[in-house]
Every structure is written in C-alpha cells, then in structure tokens.
Write a protein that binds this ligand. Structure first.
Ligand SMILES: [Ca+2]
Ligand SMILES: [Ca+2]
Length: 320
C-alpha cells in the first residue's frame, strides 16, 4: 500500500513538473462545452484592512471557453463584465495577479488570488484546471496562502469537517471520526444532494453511488442523486489518484435504509433474503466490514455476535 502511494505521489509530482514547463498554449485540459457558476470574491482582505473592496464582486453563470480551462474562462468572464484585470505571464505560465484594484502581495507577502473548484482549492496553474459543465468555480483572495480559505497544509487530515444532505436526513449526528451513517427512506425513490465539507480543502471530495470508483469524477454537491433503499453512498476524501492528495484517503459510507429496518436486513432493502445471509457470512469471516448498524442487524439469533449461526438461522427461515 505504501509503495503504491509513493508511486502515485511521484506520478503526480512528475505531472506537475511537466505542466510547469509547458506554456499556456500547450495545455492538455480537455475542452468541454457548458457553463460554470463563477464567483469572484474577497472575504479575507477587508476594507478595514485597506482593501479597495470586499465581499462578492461577481457571481454569474458563464460559458466555459473553447480551451476548457479555468484561466481563460475566468479571465474572459471578468473582462466581459468590465472589471480591471491583470494577468502576469511567467516562464511557468500565466496567472491572475490583480482583480479590480486588489493585487497579489497587497494584504501581506504571498497574499493573492486563488482558484477553488467545487470547494477544492486547486493546486495548479488555473490554465491546467479543466472545467466541467455545472462546476462551481471561485476566484478568491487569500491573505495566508490558502489557510484562511480552508486549505491548511498544517492540517494533513483527509476527514470531513461537515456533511449535510439536502432532501433527506442523516439518522446519526455527524462526527469527523465516524465514517458510517444511515438515511431512512420509504418505498419511493428520493432525490438528494450530498454536500460534504473537507476539513482541509487541499483535498478533493467526491461522492459515488453503490461502488467506490475513484477513477471516475463521481457526484459533486451540485449534482442531484436518486437513491432508494439498499443503496450505499460512498464519499471519498483525498484519494491518492486525485490532484493534490498525498496522505491516506478517508471514505465515508451512508447506507440507505428502508423505513422500519428489520433484523437480518443488512443491505437495508426492506427484505431479508439470501443476499443478506451471504453478506453476513462474509462479514463473519472478515471478508467484508459491517458498520455498527449492520452489525446490530446481522445478529439474527441475538447471541451478541455475528457468526455463521446467524447465516444459518436466516437460511432456515428462507427454506420454510
Ligand atoms: Ca435485505
Ligand atoms: Ca448472532
């Protein structure tokens, strides 16, 4: 596992180094048509501190430019809106140095403009950040190289700081250290939005349904998800294959339970059958891990342990 992680880190570093010697015109970002919600704001360097303006300067849906990257899309939108903009060209590429009279180093040394894509503080030149239709992209001023906007390198944890679900309620109180949750639903499918907040926004957060597939984009907090009893949501934080992520990832699970979950129904789909018996058998020999809720439901014969006896008891019931 360690070796794999090191390999991934090298690959990411190599990619970043390659990226830094390319010029902007050679960006490899994939062109995608569509719109992003662009927000340009300064919540960190206040007027009281001497800033020309603070708060939200600009919030609008804008078209993704043909090259598909964040730099060209953001600069075009700011210029189209008539605001003053300074883009500096360097040997490492171009970057946004000033917006409407607020420039890098104005608030403090190394203060400046940073990009935030879907709540992730981007770790690369904006010219190398691909935008996707439906993204929320913020250009935001940071006084302390990201720490004041939630990207704190002194906090190397891939936990979530908060988790809210729009359209359904989580049964348990959220705690960063607890990775297992349940949502109770009726017979109907439900449409929800999963809105996680990383403890450290240097790490990406992605949500998946029924299979954890970090190689895919997954769902953003702005993507609607249709759920039904028996589904499981996986929320990954800081997977090693994603940009900016080096430590061990954390994966949270939310099991969607049928209202009135019954003993034995460990996949929460409202019935006890051979699927549950098989899952309990696997858990009893540590092939899979159950959450606390699943362990409680798995103890079918109520002898305070999950074992093959529970599987047998369910099979006996099914045979009748
Ligand atoms: Ca079941
Ligand atoms: Ca038992």
């Amino acid at each position: 596992m360690k070796k794999f992680t090191c390999k991934m880190v090298s690959a990411v570093l190599a990619a970043a180094m390659t990226a830094s010697v390319l010029t902007v015109s050679l960006t490899a970002v994939s062109a995608e048509t569509g719109k992003v919600k662009l927000v340009v704001k300064n919540d960190t360097y206040t007027k009281a501190m001497g800033a020309k303006w603070d708060g939200v300067l600009f919030e609008k849906e804008v078209e993704i430019t043909e090259s598909g990257d964040a730099l060209s899309t953001v600069t075009k939108a700011i210029q189209d809106a008539g605001y003053a903009l300074t883009v500096n060209d360097t040997q490492w590429g171009s970057y946004i140095a000033a917006v409407e009279g607020i420039a890098e180093n104005d608030a403090a040394q190394y203060s400046g403009w940073m990009g935030v894509q879907n709540d992730w503080v981007v770790n690369n030149n904006l010219a190398f950040i691909s935008l996707r239709d439906g993204d929320v992209f913020e250009l935001t001023y940071s006084v302390s190289v990201g720490a004041d906007i939630g990207a704190d390198w002194n906090n190397p944890t891939t936990a979530l700081k908060a988790l809210s679900i729009e359209g359904a309620g989580i049964n348990e109180d959220f705690k960063s250290s607890n990775t297992d949750y349940t949502i109770t639903v009726g017979d109907e499918n439900k449409n929800i939005f999963v809105k996680p907040t990383a403890a450290n926004k240097n790490y990406q957060v992605r949500t998946y349904v029924n299979a954890y597939k970090p190689e895919e984009y997954g769902y953003r907090s702005t993507d609607e998800i249709e759920i039904k009893a028996g589904d499981t949501l996986y929320i990954g934080v800081g997977n090693a294959a994603w940009p900016g992520s080096y430590p061990e990832e954390t994966v949270y699970q939310i099991h969607i339970m049928q209202n009135g979950a019954q003993l034995g129904d460990v996949d929460f789909n409202g019935k006890v059958d051979v699927v549950d018996a098989t899952l309990i058998q696997k858990a009893s020999i540590a092939l899979i891990d159950f959450s606390d809720t699943q362990n409680a439901l798995a103890d079918y014969n109520q002898d305070n342990r999950v074992s093959v006896l529970d599987t047998t008891a369910i099979q006996r019931l099914l045979a009748k």
